[in-house]
Write a protein that binds this ligand. Sequence first.
Ligand SMILES: [Zn+2]
Length: 75
Amino acid sequence: MIETQMREHDWHAAAFVPVSGEQIRNMLSATASGQPPAFELPAGTEIDPLAVSCRRCMRLFSDAAGEPCLPVPMP
Ligand SMILES: [Zn+2]
């Protein structure tokens, strides 16, 4: 029996996130000590999504919603 597995999309929103100079300096000093780059945002921060796409198949929500996810091989 061949098992076919329809994978769900893994939706993510691309967005601009407001950051302060202090947040950037903190991030740079953290990455200098080997930590991955990251920002901690205050609770209630609103972000403005630019686009929503799937991390697996790289398609936009407006194109791929309602269709099966066909993952693109990653290097
Ligand atoms: Zn997908």
